[in-house]
Design a protein around this ligand. Structure first.
Ligand code: FES
Length: 87
């Protein structure tokens, strides 16, 4: 499990092993627009201010993934214990 922090509110949320970041936030009333939910379309792309995403999408190039400044919360996770999201 890891945590995501919403930069605009400073609130931190746990993401359980069996849920996506989108699901974890939605359960607390924070909605992220999604479409494919499989890492293909790019609809859910969210900027990452701190932390290291664990990219599971098929959307970004390797270079974009290595930059660690955005990720797809419908399917990607975190390598670090905390991701700070530009939301
Ligand atoms: Fe399509 Fe996340 S909803 S990439």
């Amino acid at each position: 499990a890891f945590q995501v922090k919403i930069a605009s509110t400073g609130k931190t949320y746990d993401v359980a092993k069996d849920q996506t970041v989108v699901q974890a936030l939605q359960a607390r009333g924070v909605d992220i627009l999604t479409s494919c939910e499989q890492g293909v379309c790019g609809t859910c792309i969210t900027r990452v201010l701190e932390g290291e995403p664990d990219h599971r999408d098929l959307y970004f190039t390797d270079e974009e993934k290595a930059a660690n400044d955005q990720f797809t919360p419908c399917c990607s996770r975190a390598r670090s214990r905390l991701l700070v999201l530009d939301l």
